[in-house]
Ligand binder design. Structure first.
Ligand code: MLC
Ligand code: AMP
Length: 483
């Protein structure tokens, strides 16, 4: 069997990975027959241990809760509590960072190595039906705190097999993995699709544009997937290279069989510049944590800049108006709603959110689109309180909730502002308490340790009053124009 993972100079075969996964599953089970929906958190960067932990939990019948390695202690505590996690599997570095929280919650925190030898070799592994939940993935939304999307094995199976077919994955493929593994883009589209079909994953602990270009330039990859921000960063780097090196990197990106962009809108200028540099027409696709990928530009055929493409096989998509009526005319904007075997089961322990998110069996994405000749074009979101920065979905309300704890801040309104690199950046408008003062550097420093780096405001506007309507509600559109 071939190589499943490349991590630095180490290469791991599928067979070696498989026996490690079984050993970990047995280490988790010890005397039990089945973890039976026990929630086990996974907290580590891409690599052999991540795959061992994720699949080990699955084989033992547990529910994996992949978490952000950059989460702060309060965020971490929220995720563990909300999902009812009982054990955490972490890398050494994460173990040290999260130990105080785990101790406080009386939770067992382990490294992969602690579990590998802990089970009995003859211990049978349970049969895990596809209808069972496989993981809880936290996603921000229109509520202040992130919600845990429960995704079954069946939904993962549907999502992965759909993409393998649509994008022609084969075992000959090799792909770099540098996106975070607590979201579907890295976890399903890159890691799971590759491992499903016997391809090779090159794991990077984080985005390292220089190393990526070096390896891409030596022909190491056949497929590349990233958020638009990564393509912007890659192009900046490529343009800074000496002529010969630049030529080699561009040539090798051009020789790959597929470059995909998603998780946020790919600006037309990024599509065009990438094509100019490498000759590759980026394949833009659309999806969400709750649905997996649902709309994609074609593998063969026209890839339209500024469009997310056509509905994937096996997926039903329909535009709806504000009164839950299907939009009959494709040129009329409507909310994209989805039905498919890839859709999640519901939010963990959140009946209110479940009621609000489904209507007549359709999942409401909150994204507004039009359709032209079968190609979807995203116009925006139904809520201004959702910000997409570098492919991360952020809740303005969650950030506002944290900022209000600042001793100088009386009121705040958080919005996303357009940005050429990040898509949007987080901006906070605040009014201050009497006699208080605040600057951006001070605010950033205060936020560290409270919210993940990517949620921290990059702009601060201190105002005498926030713009409000006659009802006293902050008018965020007016604020956006002001900023
Ligand atoms: C990092 N920073 C960000 C940021 N990421 N700021 C705003 N938005 C972001 N997304 C900040 C850091 O806090 C830091 O600030 C500075 O930028 C440099 O940090 P870094 O970690 O060195 O950045 P970098 O490695 O360049 O990260 C950029 C990135 C990352 C694009 C690789 O943002 C990323 O991995 N994004 C992908 C998210 C993703 O996978 N989304 C998929 C969701 S699933 P300071 O002040 O400390 O210097 C989904 C479904 C679907 O949406 O359709 O796929
Ligand atoms: P998440 O909850 O992090 O999975 O983010 C899902 C959201 O990302 C979707 O609802 C869209 O708003 C956005 N999204 C994903 N892909 C695209 C794309 N290609 N273009 C525009 N928005 C996208």
């Amino acid at each position: 069997m071939g190589i499943a993972l490349v991590e630095g100079v180490a290469r791991y075969s599928y067979a070696a990975l498989d026996s490690r996964i079984e050993a970990l599953a047995r280490g988790l089970l010890v005397e039990k027959d089945d973890l039976d929906r026990e929630r086990v958190a996974v907290l580590m960067p891409a690599g052999r241990n991540y795959v061992t932990a994720l699949h080990g939990i699955w084989r033992a019948g547990g529910i994996a809760v992949p978490l952000n390695v950059g989460a702060t202690a309060p965020e971490f505590e929220y995720y563990l509590g909300k999902a009812g996690v009982t054990r955490v599997i972490a890398s050494r570095q994460q173990l040290i960072a999260t130990d105080p929280v785990c101790r406080r919650l009386g939770m067992e925190a382990l490294e992969v190595n602690d579990l590998l030898g802990a089970g009995r070799r003859q211990q049978p592994l349970p049969t895990v039906e596809r209808s069972r939940p496989a993981m809880i993935v936290f996603t921000s939304g229109t509520t202040s705190k992130p919600k845990g999307a429960v995704i079954t094995h069946k939904a993962i199976h549907t999502q992965v097999t759909t993409l393998i077919k649509a994008w022609r994955w084969t075992r000959k493929d090799s792909i770099p993995l540098f996106l975070p593994l607590h979201h579907l883009h890295g976890l399903i589209n890159v890691l799971s699709c590759a491992l499903w079909c016997g391809a090779t994953v090159h794991a990077f602990p984080k985005l390292d544009v220089a190393r990526l270009c070096e390896q891409a330039g030596s022909g190491a990859f056949s497929v590349f997937m990233a958020v638009p921000t990564v393509y912007v960063k890659l192009m900046e780097h490529i343009e800074s290279l000496a002529a010969q090196q630049r030529k080699a990197v561009c040539r090798e990106f051009g020789r790959m069989r597929l470059n995909v962009s998603g998780s946020a809108a790919c600006p037309v200028r990024v599509f065009e510049r990438w094509k100019q540099l490498t000759g590759q027409a980026l394949l833009e696709r659309y999806g969400a944590t709750e649905t997996g990928m649902t709309i994609s530009n074609p593998y063969d055929g026209e890839r339209r800049a500024g469009f997310v493409g056509q509905v994937l096989p096996g997926v039903e998509a329909q535009l709806f108006d504000d009164n839950h009526r299907p939009v009959r005319n494709d040129a009329t904007p409507g909310e994209i709603r989805i039905r498919s075997g890839g859709v999640f089961q519901g939010y963990w322990d959140d009946e209110r959110a479940n009621r609000a998110s489904f209507h007549d069996g359709w999942f409401r994405t909150g994204d507004i689109a039009v359709v032209e000749d079968g190609y979807y074009r995203i116009l925006g979101r139904s809520s201004i309180d959702i910000i997409k920065s570098g492919g991360y979905k952020l809740s303005a309300l969650e950030i506002e909730g944290v900022l209000l704890d600042h001793e100088a801040i009386r009121e705040t309104a958080v919005i996303g502002l357009p940005d050429a690199t990040w898509g949007e950046i987080v901006a906070a408008a605040v009014t201050l308490k009497h006699g208080a003062s605040l600057d951006l550097a001070g605010l950033k420093e205060w936020c560290a340790g409270r919210i993940s780096g990517y949620k921290v405001p990059r702009r601060l506007k201190v105002m005498r009053d926030l713009p409000r309507n006659a009802m006293g509600k902050v008018v965020k559109t007016a604020l956006r124009d002001l900023l």
